[in-house]
Design a protein around this ligand. Structure first.
Ligand code: SAM
Length: 348
């Protein structure tokens, strides 16, 4: 059996975020602030067979976990076909490494009718992105009037799947007064809520440090509403969320991607819908795997990915945090990093 590949900081390539489309049906201000975008041409987008062959070829290099993302992945037609193909890549014996987990990240707007078929196709888990429970605010934050459909999607997910999670990006002045309501909603619907710090990535062209609510402050506010949370000591591998338990026993997570980045344990890579491989959300450049995949096959493309990973030395979020600190010390008001690569193309 081949040894898993490691990068320059000894991080394995265990987990891949597979973006299946760059299109989205919402226009969240922190991700896709413009109304119109130049979408990837259809011919450039990897076909499901190509993605499945590539994932299969990455398994001997150590890949174990896959997260289907986008854009909004449920906009891609026949997504269940992809899941069926990926489900066939599960480990068949201890000596034949296979996929351990197939997860999906979605805004849930199209989930109501798809949750049960996705479960039958072999999907393990769903994470739903939802930033508010207020219809007016949902419209303001996403510029689409889709809260009802998203909530129906969420209910369908919890009916079909165990362990559904809800991710909320906390933006100061926009939804930071809803932390307690979202936690109560999580308890009611048996979903683990994870609050994410607003990151200076992708289309976050309005990002400023002032709009970030640091995880430490989120924790203080939750403590004020529910009593002191205690850290949850259950082991979690390289998962980015720090988990806590409320006095009631309810579990929640904090993802301090801006103030306490977790680069040292980052085993996540990203593949865009057109096959560009990124080793970091903050990376300026990726490796274009599509020509290799189409001309020389999946194993050659997997070798290109493995070579790229082995050269990886990035600690993008930490470097970003350090530059925020430097700019703050220097009193600079222009804190946004350059260049910016769109989160919706590279699968947040
Ligand atoms: C880009 S979306 C793609 C998948 C799917 N459309 C969804 O809504 O989950 C993935 C995640 O990235 C998060 N995200 C996008 N821009 C962000 C930013 N500037 N800061 C923090 N999280 C962000 C979204 O909230 C979402 O949870």
């Amino acid at each position: 059996m081949q040894l898993p590949i490691l990068d320059q900081h000894q991080r394995p390539l265990r987990s891949l975020r597979l973006s299946v489309t760059d299109r989205c049906n919402l226009r969240c201000g922190y991700c896709m602030p413009e109304e119109r975008y130049a979408w990837l041409p259809k011919a450039a987008i990897l076909r499901y067979e190509e993605s499945i062959a590539l994932v299969a070829a990455l398994l001997p290099h150590g890949l174990r976990k896959l997260r289907i993302t986008g854009g909004e992945p449920l906009l891609r037609r026949d997504l269940t076909d992809l899941v069926v193909g990926l489900d066939a890549l599960r480990a068949s014996s201890p000596n034949s490494p296979g996929l351990d987990e197939i997860a999906l990240t979605t805004n849930a707007v199209h989930l109501e009718d798809l949750a049960a078929p996705l479960k039958r196709a072999g999907l393990d888990r769903i994470t739903i992105s939802l930033d508010t429970l207020k219809p007016d605010r949902f419209l303001e934050m996403t510029r689409r009037d889709e809260l009802d459909r998203a909530l129906r999607g969420l209910r369908a997910a919890t009916a079909s799947f165990e362990g559904t999670k809800l991710n909320t990006v906390v933006v100061r002045g926009e939804n930071d007064d809803e932390l307690a309501d979202l936690l109560r909603f999580g308890a009611e619907h048996d979903v683990e809520v994870r609050f994410i710090e607003y990151m200076d990535v992708g289309g976050a062209t309005r990002w400023s440090m002032d709009s970030v609510v640091p995880a430490s402050e989120i924790l203080e506010r939750i403590a004020a509403a529910f009593g002191e949370p205690r850290p949850d000591s259950a082991p979690r591998g390289a998962a980015p969320a720090s988990r806590y338990l409320l006095p009631s026993g309810q579990r929640f997570g904090l993802i301090a991607s801006t103030t306490r980045p977790f680069c040292s344990s980052c085993d996540r890579a990203r593949l865009t819908a057109d096959g560009t491989f990124f080793t970091c959300l903050y990376a300026a450049e990726g490796a274009d795997t599509a020509p290799t995949l189409r001309d020389h096959g999946a194993e050659a493309a997997a070798r290109l990915i493995a070579d790229t990973w082995q050269k990886r030395s990035d600690r993008g979020a930490e470097a970003r945090a350090a530059s925020i600190d430097r700019a703050a010390l220097a009193g600079a008001d222009e804190l946004r990093s350059r260049p910016h690569l769109e989160m919706h193309t590279r699968g947040g």
